[in-house]
Design a protein around this ligand. Sequence first.
Ligand code: SF4
Length: 303
Amino acid sequence: MGSFNHLQEQILKLKREKNALVLAHYYVPLEVQDVADAVCDSFAMAQKAAKAREELIVICGVRFMGESAKILSPEKTVLLPSLDAGCPMADMVTPEDVLRLRAQHPRARVMCYVNSSAAVKAVSDVCCTSSSALRIARALDCEEIIFAPDRHLGAYVAAQVPEKTFWLHDGFCPTHHRVTEADVLAAKEAHPEAVFAVHPECGDDVVKHGDLVGSTAEILDFARKTQAPQILIGTEREIVERLRRELPEKKVYGVGGAFVCPNMKKVTLQALYECLRDEKYKVELPEDELTAARRSLDQMVKS
Ligand code: SF4
């Protein structure tokens, strides 16, 4: 990370003046990550916000990430820099969809990926992250599980937990879904010495080639620790950029041409600057929704 540009300096000044905590997701632009107090996965952001002394929290990420932070810190002011940075996968499932699946499979418990709205979390039994999904599916005291919204993560978990029956909602992440097996095979052919770390939001024909299948934080950890001099990354482009900067001695390559989440790129330095300056956009949730969603998140931590 070089020296800060003018806008970054302005952001750092505002952050100090307002005693704000700025947390960034790994997929927002690196120049935004560089002015954050911490860069992490979505649930880790919510947990850090809850533990922090600061009362003003800025979540540099998409809407459901701001909601998760608000659910764990209802007494704090939680801001999102970009109002229209949503997550298409989270938007694919509604509370009504979950209730319909519950009615169809009354013996099943509902497990929902944290990449979902507060309203969907509120009608679920337990949440999971990509790194805790397997553990939670195994630990749930039931024989049937409704998994929403990511059908790819759900299928990955179902394949490893064959003793349970899974009912999958058919949502998916358009960014991870776009990568094909042909992209992976082409990258492996071009870099035959490389190991492949992939996110389980990709399809099973992509995931099956992974030397490591894991969350963003797990992919970063794997890349740092592997002895392999070349690494193929099967997740969002900003991770490739981050690793190239962090590990100049290794060769890091992305797979697929356009592995970019356009919503995460809406969280620009300008948007963050205006967010801190004007204290917008505040995340607000109805009390009952917040309480019910909190139950599902707490259940995840306890499981
Ligand atoms: S990468 Fe996919 S799951 Fe993550 S915010 Fe973007 S669309 Fe949603």
